[in-house]
Design a protein around this ligand. Structure first.
Ligand SMILES: [Zn+2]
Length: 343
């Protein structure tokens, strides 16, 4: 099969031919149609997220099952699928409670600890694949469908994690990024008042199109002061921080109003100081949010199938152009999401 292979950290993709994978017991193989190219896997390519090489990266797939191994009852040849990002066990108390990213028996991530979607075929444990709903038009929109597992599912999970209610004010830090812009979209869908915070003012028009009512340029002035001004001094109900430097987290904490919630998602995830007295007095909360459950992916797929929300993919190039696409991702030059067409 054709594949784009990484032989080490911070090296270019190499176009190679690898043996077609064959499914073992409990495994399935899918033909990959498209695969998303997001910042998570750019961190692997750039060596900021450690793994072993050689490696085929990529996990935001749209594909069709072509073969199943012994004991696989849940999938058949021809089933359209996407995939969860975590190699969870499926049986522990966390998996059973729909908290798969917290699985203590997990074997890492798709496309990082095992080979992923930058190849004609992908082999995974069968329970990592997720069947697409029948009414989701994956044949005409494979790139959009493939990125739903993160771009829509992660913001959907945040709505629930932070208990975002209609009419609340939600500020998204890193709003112009691949996840941030979809968080604006989902917060608007949830009838919140939405404020986009970013240093790239060139992305504010896209932020407004995605649902932002207001924008705050974080490269000028104090973000917490700007957010307080936009809420008549009351502070915002929820800050969702997709950047997570000490500065953004501290600004987010200072911007919270009474019963405010600060949600931490990946990014730099640096240590920060929080105003404990304000948090106590105003009953504020700090929440970590780690990817999504299988169930949340299925719900996000259903929302897209019904046309309630739809992911924004602005870059779709052939697999062989992976290097150029990753350059764009590294430079933050993609609005919404990028993807590669594989087959
Ligand atoms: Zn588990």
């Amino acid at each position: 099969m054709r594949a784009m292979l990484l032989r080490g950290p911070n090296t270019p993709f190499e176009k190679v031919t690898l043996p077609d994978p064959a499914p073992g017991a409990g495994e399935a193989v899918a033909r990959v149609i498209t695969c998303g190219a997001g910042l998570t896997i750019q961190h692997v390519k750039a060596g900021r997220r450690k793994t072993t090489f050689p490696r085929v990266i990529g996990h935001e797939i749209t594909g069709e099952i072509v073969a199943t191994g012994p004991g696989v009852l849940s999938l058949r040849e021809g089933d359209p699928v996407t995939a969860h990002f975590y190699l969870f066990c499926g049986h522990c108390r966390y998996c059973v409670a729909q908290l798969e990213p917290l699985c203590p028996n997990g074997r890492g991530n798709v496309g990082i600890e095992c080979d992923g979607g930058y190849a004609e075929y992908i082999k995974l444990p069968a329970h990592i694949f997720i069947k697409l709903p029948e009414d989701l038009d994956y044949k005409n929109h494979p790139a959009e469908v493939g990125v739903i597992t993160d771009a829509l599912a992660t913001p959907l999970k945040v709505l629930r994690r932070a208990e975002i209610k209609p009419g609340e004010t939600v500020a998204v830090i890193g709003a112009g990024g691949g996840l941030g812009i979809h968080q604006l979209m989902m917060a608007k869908w949830a009838h919140a008042r939405v404020i986009a915070v970013d240093t790239a003012s060139s992305k504010f028009e896209a932020c407004r199109k995605a649902g932002a009512d207001e924008t705050v340029d974080a490269s000028h002035g104090d973000v917490a002061v700007a957010l307080r001004e936009l809420t008549r001094g009351q502070g915002v109900d929820v800050v969702v921080d997709y950047v997570c430097t000490a500065a953004t987290l501290e600004a987010g904490a200072r911007a919270l109003g009474r019963c405010g919630r600060l949600v931490i998602l990946g990014g730099a995830a640096k240590p920060f100081q929080a105003p404990a007295l304000d948090m106590l007095t105003n009953e504020q909360a700090i929440l970590g949010s780690r990817y999504v459950s299988r169930s949340e992916i299925m719900q996000a797929l259903d929302l897209a199938a019904r046309g309630e929300v739809w992911p924004l993919v602005t870059v779709l190039r052939p697999l062989e152009e992976a290097e150029a696409v990753h350059d764009l991702v590294e430079r933050g030059a993609v609005t919404g999401r990028a993807a590669l067409r594989v087959g």
